[in-house]
Design a protein around this ligand. Structure first.
Ligand code: HAX
Length: 440
């Protein structure tokens, strides 16, 4: 798809020239102050990187190139007869800053389909793992096995001009995105369906084909995948999976290596793995209470028990957001449209009513509201996928769209290797006594 590649290059050249001018005139301006607590507490609120594809506002939620999720649901092209946005569209938007036409999205679907054939050793590598291995580990091993095809690594070894890095990062990223559904579907079919894999179908969009290879043929599941893979795609640059991909890529590790690193971060329970933790927690609550439909009072008691045991309530809280995640709201809307009477979805909504005041009453939690992971599992269970330890792989397939678009931009703008400064507590103590000026 040369048109998209050329469009990206034109945009990157233009922005690159603008950044050069900005830095020439304003490069020494301060954009914030770092407090001691921020250095110790996860660098929260420190503006320390540039990431073009999306921006998170604490009150409003995520915007992709300026568009909110409801706006994207309205403006991005849909599959014939469908009403959810196609993930191809959000990738196009994140990469170029322009809304795609129906034809642009169709062309991108066809391009990814053309690039989607996997080398045979990829599935053999996954199959060498014990079948009970966590799906995220199998997925990352599959991504690492795909790395043998990296054009970026090959060209770097041949000694290519650094002005051309972006082009190989683009090709690798496009190939990787094209092949991820087959890798992910292989993991699913291997782990839960006795290894009976399903070949891709011609003519389907990226998400529709993924649903097909997973083994789900209903319109509901396909539409769910389109929404799911769109809304999980990006959440600005500082979250663990995006930041890790960016950081590792800054060493000129190729897109396969950088994305695999990001996925290892997504596999943490405070980040992407929270989606499996939510549904596991609800199933355990239902079992402990002996009912599929716990009352608000029962939920409140169970939440208090969870907190008393020193655990987090999964799906609630956020490092940046300070209100209900619009990705939660989009999923709730989908559930109200397609599965309004579903017992599990109703329990999720009951939890939504019950949990925030309890978390708020603790006084220490900065955001008591649900995040994206609080709802996704209930939708998947209703649509037929109950194997919740697989859910983070779905998140990973989607997140590829954002972090790889981000990585293409990193190379397009020739960002350097990332290397923030760290200090020791001994430095800090000496600095507080006025004996060390390391921070000044
Ligand atoms: N349940 C119980 N306690 C919680 C909590 C929750 N849902 N959310 C925050 N807290 C606690 C923190 O553990 C922390 O406790 P300590 O001071 O005792 O260490 C305190 O409240 C202050 O935390 P915070 O400043 O409000 O939140 P952080 O920025 O440190 O953490 C997290 C943000 C998302 C990691 C946190 O809210 C959490 O653990 N939530 C549950 C797990 C979850 O849903 N993760 C997914 C987040 C979205 C995402 O990345 N998806 O991929």
């Amino acid at each position: 798809m040369e048109k998209l590649k050329n469009l990206f290059k034109a945009k990157a050249d233009q922005l690159g020239a603008e950044i050069k001018d900005i830095l020439k005139e304003h490069g020494s301006k301060k954009i914030g102050e770092v407090q001691l607590a921020q250095a110790y507490q996860g660098m929260r609120g420190i503006t320390g990187m540039v990431y073009e594809t999306s921006l998170l506002d604490a009150q409003e939620g995520i915007r992709f190139r300026g568009y909110s999720i409801p706006e994207l649901q309205e403006k991005l092209p849909k599959a014939p007869g469908g009403s959810e946005p196609l993930p191809e569209g959000i990738f196009y938007l994140m990469l170029t800053g322009e809304l795609p036409t129906e034809a642009d999205v169709k062309e991108l679907s066809a391009d990814w389909a053309k690039r989607s054939a996997m080398p045979a050793h990829v599935t053999r590598t996954i199959d060498a793992l014990p079948v009970e291995t966590h799906p995220m580990t199998q997925f990352v091993v599959g991504v690492m096995a795909l790395q043998t095809d990296s054009l970026f690594a090959k060209k770097y070894a041949e000694g290519v001009n650094k002005k051309d890095y972006w082009s190989y990062a683009y090709e690798d990223s496009m190939n990787l995105i094209a092949r991820l559904p087959a890798v992910a579907a292989h993991v699913y079919r291997r782990k839960y369906k006795g290894g009976q894999t399903i070949a891709p179908a011609a003519g389907l969009d990226w998400a529709g084909n993924f649903a097909h290879m997973l083994g789900f043929e209903t319109d509901k599941f396909r539409e769910l995948m389109r929404l799911y893979l769109t809304i999980h795609a990006d959440h600005e640059g500082g979250n663990v999976s995006a930041h890790t991909t960016h950081l590792v890529g800054s060493a000129l590790s190729d897109p396969y290596l950088a994305f695999a690193a990001g996925m290892n971060g997504l596999a943490g329970p405070l980040h992407g793995l929270a989606n499996q933790e939510v549904i596991k927690w609800i199933f355990e609550m239902q079992k402990a209470l002996g009912t599929e439909k716990p009352t608000s009072e029962q939920i409140a008691e169970y939440v208090k028990k969870t907190l008393a045991e020193g655990k987090v309530v999964p799906g609630y809280g956020h490092a940046v957001l300070r209100k209900t995640d619009p990705r939660f709201s989009a999923q709730m809307e989908f559930a109200k449209k397609h599965m309004a009477d579903d017992a599990l979805c109703n329990t999720v909504w009951n939890i939504f009513e019950t949990v925030p005041p309890i978390l708020q009453s603790l006084g220490k939690i900065k955001n008591p509201w649900p995040n994206v992971d609080a709802h996704s599992g209930a939708l998947l269970v209703n649509a037929g996928m109950r194997e919740y330890d697989y859910y983070t792989v779905l998140f990973g397939v989607s997140r590829a769209l954002g972090v790889l678009a981000g990585l293409i931009w990193d190379r397009g703008l020739s960002f350097p290797i990332e290397r923030p400064k760290s200090v020791t507590t001994a430095n800090v103590k000496a600095w507080l006594k006025g004996e060390d000026s390391i921070w000044e």
